[in-house]
Design a protein around this ligand. Structure first.
Ligand SMILES: NC(=O)c1ccc[n+]([C@@H]2O[C@H](COP(=O)([O-])OP(=O)(O)OC[C@H]3O[C@@H](n4cnc5c(N)ncnc54)[C@H](OP(=O)(O)O)[C@@H]3O)[C@@H](O)[C@H]2O)c1
Length: 360
């Protein structure tokens, strides 16, 4: 059996995904130690202001400890602490939803950390930053894994990377990338409910953002599309994505959230008209599509054949069709829950284990 290896995890973000991850790590810990001789320890957990330290690793009762013993922190203090403790095999997990936390990535890498992230921000800023980050990783011989950035726990990024690295020519990727938009159009296409009613059901189920215009704007789908394109070495920016926003001009950002909520009925007629134009064997789907050959990235509402993988989608599932030279006209299809704290935390843990196996 291989020598025992201890991994030290610092977890930033203890919301839905972060707290589920602590639980999953603690549940899986003894099996990992038995099967792979891998010891996962979480000596620090932090939110935006406070950190809780437990050199031996936080337990499932970390929440009460956090309330009583957490202290304000700075990233530099955390880096100094792990150095002082001589912790090896360091992984910083970004389970924040922060647009600014990524400013710490370079310091963390320089401080000896590998990074696993559920947060999409670092991969969707300028291509300059994308490259700077990868250069820093290379210089310090560190890794950065982010499978959950696209399709949560579904193995989308790894599959695309493997196809690309093995020389298969990826020609096109098309899919429903957003759980909320999946639910909205799956329901709307299959029932006689009005669009505003479906929207309100999606909100009640916690599928949409508090302001559903964030989902309807297509920006989240565009970010995921951008991440996939960059995996294929396409040097592109978020502004290059052609987005068909489903937020009507009269209900855009200038309208307050309260006003928007009171006026969602204004969406009913235009979407009903689109539905009336469909043939019997068609449904509406909000998709992301990357054409690798022409390097175009598009987010759009389309009519799709009911019997295709995208057309058959149910619930709030995501689906990714990957067309390559080897797969020909029958794309490789990855489908399943593309959001949710359980599958996302599981995806983060899977990245942690993958990364740990490559650490010396
Ligand atoms: N939930 C899903 O289904 C899903 C799926 C795929 C990917 N993701 C991604 O996973 C990430 C986490 O999602 P979530 O649903 O767990 O979010 P959440 O419940 O809102 O939790 C966010 C956590 O991040 C902390 N945080 C915010 N800014 C921070 C900073 N600058 N430094 C350190 N901690 C900070 C927050 O602390 P405070 O309380 O102090 O603000 C909170 O603990 C997001 O990037 C999300 O896009 C989520």
């Amino acid at each position: 059996m291989s020598n025992s290896k201890t991994i030290h995890i610092v977890l930033f973000g203890i919301g839905q995904v972060g707290s589920t991850l602590i639980y999953q790590i603690n549940e899986t810990k003894s099996r990992l130690q038995q099967d792979q001789n891998l010891k996962l320890k979480i000596p620090i957990v932090a939110n935006s202001k406070l950190a809780f330290y437990d050199k031996e690793s936080v337990s499932n009762s970390w929440e009460t400890d956090f309330e009583s013993f957490s202290v304000p922190y700075k990233i530099e203090e955390i880096i100094r602490f792990v150095k002082h403790q001589k912790f090896e095999n360091l992984i910083a997990i970004d389970a924040t939803a922060s647009s600014t936390f990524i400013r710490n990535y370079i310091s963390l890498i320089e401080g000896g950390f590998n990074i696993v992230s559920a947060n999409k921000v670092a991969n969707t800023l300028s291509y300059d930053f994308y490259q700077t980050l990868r250069l820093a990783l290379k210089m310090h011989n560190k890794s950065f894994l982010y499978e959950t950035n696209v399709g949560a726990g579904l193995p989308v990024i790894e599959t695309i990377k493997n196809l690309y690295n093995s020389g298969d020519k990826i020609e096109r990727i098309k899919g429903v990338f957003s759980g909320s938009m999946s639910y909205i159009f799956n329901q709307f296409s299959a029932s006689d409910t009005t669009f505003s009613q479906v929207l309100s059901e999606a909100a009640k189920l916690g599928l949409t953002e508090p302001d559903a215009r964030e989902d309807l704007s297509g920006n989240d789908v565009a970010r995921k599309l951008l991440i996939l394109a960059r995996e294929l070495n396409i040097k592109t920016e978020l502004q290059d994505v052609k987005i068909e926003s489903l937020v009507p001009k009269q209900l855009n950002g200038k309208t307050t959230l309260h006003q928007f909520k009171n006026r969602t009925k204004e969406l009913d007629v235009p979407f009903q008209e689109l539905k009336n134009q469909l043939y019997k064997n068609q449904v509406l789907r909000y998709v992301g599509e990357l054409d690798v050959v022409s390097k175009t990235l598009e987010v759009k509402l389309i009519s799709e054949e009911k019997n295709s993988a995208i057309g058959q989608l149910k619930g709030a599932d995501s689906v990714f069709e990957i067309f390559t030279e080897s797969y020909g006209n029958n794309p490789l299809v990855i489908q399943g829950a593309g959001a949710g704290k359980q599958v996302t935390a599981r995806g983060v843990l899977s990245d942690v284990i993958k990364l740990s196996n490559n650490l010396n």
